[in-house]
Design a protein around this ligand. Structure first.
Ligand code: BDR
Ligand code: CA
Length: 318
């Protein structure tokens, strides 16, 4: 029986889709459920994508619940130029057969946490709207969650949504602010580490040696993502941010961490959504999270590729 039970809050999204595949392919964890949120695309699309990817991976037993479609305060901000109009680049998946849960994602999240106190690790790889509202609806989740691993922020790294802000935090900075100050044990996985984890065209070529719907999906989705990275960031390949955050739930040794007080700028100026760590202890505030600041990127990429090969082979055999 795997020891770590995972709730995945996600806005699929190309790298979110890869994180879902990694979760299904990793025997160390048990993916309990998936909760969708706006972000890379609208929540309706993100929900369909989550269901379709789980079906692609042969994991249609994992429930998906649809969360919020708007940030708490800010207007909607989607990333269709990064992930494509339907969120998955050039990939075209069959419409899912399973419907989402009848419950709202936020209520679903609260229910899963409160019925398994101390057991659930929440991996949040989209804007934090669902999580922030869940904390307001049921403050006892603060003590009931084991941990939240958040893909978000840019601590020493530049932003990818603005020069100063990372996308997930920038889309809903007020939600991030609430979660950062919630008292829940947090691990932040910022661009500082995820932008060292680059899936290259050579990696995709390696995966394509296996003829499978999984490798075809990875090829079709990441080709679009790579074009974006090439055009806007001069990166040959694409950063797979979200799978790294997921991997830390079962292989925390892939990163090195520092404990810091980290805050979010919600003052509304040019640095809106900026995440800043108090490295020199100016504020005298106690640390509120562990921040991943170093990564064994090659080891992670090898783990990711091996898991994708394993999943592709497993599904071709069935
Ligand atoms: C984050 O933003 C999204 O576009 C990705 O899915 C990832 O979660 C990286 O900044
Ligand atoms: Ca994401």
């Amino acid at each position: 029986m795997p020891s770590t039970r995972i709730l995945l809050d996600t806005d699929p999204g190309i790298d979110d889709a890869l994180a879902i595949l990694l979760a299904v392919a990793s025997p160390e964890i048990q993916l309990d459920s998936v909760i969708s949120v706006h972000g890379n695309c609208a929540v309706e699309q993100a929900t369909l994508n989550a269901l379709a990817i789980l079906e692609l991976a042969g994991a249609n037993n994992i429930p998906v619940a649809k969360g919020f479609n708007l940030p708490l305060v800010q207007p909607s901000l989607l990333a269709l130029e990064t992930h494509g109009d339907a969120g998955l680049g050039y990939a075209k998946l069959s419409a899912p057969r399973n419907p989402p849960s009848a419950r709202h994602g936020c209520d679903f999240l609260v229910e899963r946490i409160m019925s398994n106190p101390g057991e659930m690790t929440l991996v949040a790889i989209g804007p934090l709207t669902n999580v922030a509202v869940a904390i307001r609806k049921e403050p006892r989740i603060v003590g009931a969650l084991k941990e939240i691993i958040i893909m978000g922020g840019a601590v020493r790294h530049q932003g990818n949504s603005t020069p100063l802000a990372e996308f997930n935090v920038h889309v809903d900075p007020h939600a991030a602010h609430m979660v950062f100050h919630s008292g829940i044990p947090l691990t932040l996985v910022p661009l500082d580490v995820t932008y060292q984890c680059i899936l290259t065209p050579a990696d995709v070529k390696r995966l394509n040696k296996i003829n499978s719907p999984i490798t075809k999906f990875i090829d079709d989705s990441t080709r679009f993502y790579m074009e974006f990275h090439d055009e806007y960031q001069q990166i040959d390949g694409c950063a797979i941010n979200d799978p790294l955050a997921l991997a830390l739930a079962f292989a925390p040794e892939l990163c090195t961490y520092e404990e810091h007080f980290v805050d979010v700028d919600i003052s509304g100026g040019v640095s809106m959504g900026n995440t800043f760590a108090d490295f020199y202890k100016h504020t005298k505030k106690p640390a509120n999270m562990k921040v991943a600041l170093g990564v064994r990127a090659r080891d992670f990429m090898e783990l990711f590729l091996e898991r994708m090969e394993g999943l592709a082979r497993r599904l071709s055999e069935t």
